[in-house]
Ligand binder design. Sequence first.
Ligand code: DON
Length: 532
Amino acid sequence: MVVAAEAEAARAGLAVLEAGGNAMDAGVCVGFTLAVTLPRAGNLGGGGFLLYHDAANGQVHALDYREVAPRAAYRDLFLDESGRADPEKSRFSPLAVGVPGTVDGLLEAHRRFGTLPLAELLEPAIRLAEGGFRVGPELAASLAQAHRTQRLSPAARLVYFRPDGTPLEAGDWLRQGDLAASLRRIAADGRDGFYTGPTAEAIVETLGRDGGLLTIDDLRRYTPVWREPVQGTYREHTVYSMPPPSSGGVHLVQMLQVLEAFPLADWGPNSQRAVHHMAEAMKRAYADRSRHLGDPDFHPVPVAKLLSEAYTGRVQARIDPEHPTPSERIEPGELRQPGESPETTHFSIVDGQGNALSNTYTLNFSYGSGILAEGTGILLNNEMDDFSAQPGVPNAYGLIGGEANAVEPGKRMLSSMTPTLVLKDGTVRLVTGSPGGSRIITTVLQVVVNVLDHGMNAAEAVTSPRFHHQWLPDVLEVERGFPADTVRLLREAGYRVESSGTLGGAQTVLMENGSPTGAADPRRPGSTVAGN
Ligand code: DON
C-alpha cells in the first residue's frame, strides 16, 4: 500500500510493489515521481528524511538527506546593512538555496535497500515529465497561488505558466521536457548525473548570476547520512522517528513520554483536559527546541538528557493540572505569526513482507525559492530560511533558535520533519508523517495519540480536528471543527485560543490484524491511498 499526496505517484509506487519491488523500491519511485507531478513539494532540488523498517532483521534505519549550507555561507549571511535579518534574502534570493540532498538520498536508499533496477523506478517520472499529464485542480490551485504571490522565476514561469503568462489551469497539459532530460541523466549516471555535469552546472550558473554562493564543489561534496533513529516507548509500543538535524523525532518522543503519565484515553480525544496536558507538553518541547536543537555534527544535541526519565519527570511535575503556564514563564520572546504558505510532502508505504517506509521531503515553501535551474526543469529549495538568521528572530514558521542553529558552512539547517514508524512486538503498526513546518511534530503526535490512546482507526486518527501550540507565540491554534465546548473551557482556564487553517497532512498507514488500512489526509486534496 502507498499513501501519498498525489494520485499518479501513489499509483506508480503501487505498480512497483505489484512488480515485486519492496517498500523502498516503491518509495524511490514515488519520490522521483512526485518531483514531476507535485512540483510544489515533491522535488529533486530539496531534501528530506526517511525511516525504513527492514523486516528481514527487524531493524529501523534513518536516512538524513537534508540540504546543507554552501561552504561560502557564514553566520550573518541573512542580515542587511543595518544588521537586521532580511527574510527576502533567506527565502527568495539565490542565497536561500541549500545544497540539494534529495537525489543522493533516494539513490543511497536504493543502493542499500532497493531490489529493482533504478531505471525501472525512474521510468514513471521520466514518462510523466516527457509525455506530460493533465493538470488537476490541486496543482492548478497551487499554481494560481504562486501566480498571485509572484514568487516564480521567469524560467519557472516558462514551465508552469502558459505563453501569455497565466498559470496552467485544471485540464491543461503539463510537459516538462527539461526535467525529463535531467531525470534521464540520473538514470544513466546515478549521482554524477545530478551533482556533476550539465545539471550541476545549470544550478550553479542560475544562482551565480544573481549573487548565489553555491558551487560545483558544494554539489560534488554533498553526502546523505545514515543516523541512529530516535527511539522511545509509549503505551507498550516502540516509536521510531527522525533524529537531529530534525527536531521532529526528539520532540515527538519527548512529548509522548511526558504524556504517558496522564490518562488521555479516559479524558477523551479533544477534551479540555487532554488538550491542556498535550499543549503544556508541546510548549516545553518547543522551548527546548529553540535552545538545544541543531545539526549534531556542529553542535552537541543533548538527546539523551532531553529524553531521560529524570527530565521527563521534571516536565510532568511542572504541568499545572488546571491552568496553562504562560510561555514567558517558560522562556521569554516576542514573535509574529508565520506569513508564507508552506508545502512539504509525506508518503507512507508498506509492502507484503513487513517492510515499511516513512518519508518526508520538501523544498520548504510551496515551489521553494521559486528559482528553477535553467534548462533542467528543477526547482530549487529555500531551506536556508530554516537556519536561525539571528538569535531570537523567527523563521517563516515563527520558530526561533540561537547558536545551535546558526548558519555555518556545510551545516544542515534544523528541521521539524518527523517521518515516524510505530512498532508493536517488532511488527510495524503505524507509518505516518506530515508537512506543516512547525506544525509537523504536533500533527504526528496527535495521530499517534489518536491511535494508541483513543483506539481510533486510520481515518479517524487522521481526520480528527487538530490543535497546535509551539510555546511562542503563546497561542493555542485549533482547526475549524474543533469542539466549541473544549475551546470555551480552555479559554476559561487561561489559554489564548485562535482558529487556524488546516494543520498538517498526515499520509498514514495503520496495520490492523496484519492488514494495512490507509488514510489519505483530506486536508491535502488529491491525497491517495493506492493498494491494499
Ligand atoms: O524542515 C522543515 O521543518 C521545514 N522546511 C518544513 C517545511 C514544511 O513542512 C512546509 N510544509 N507544509
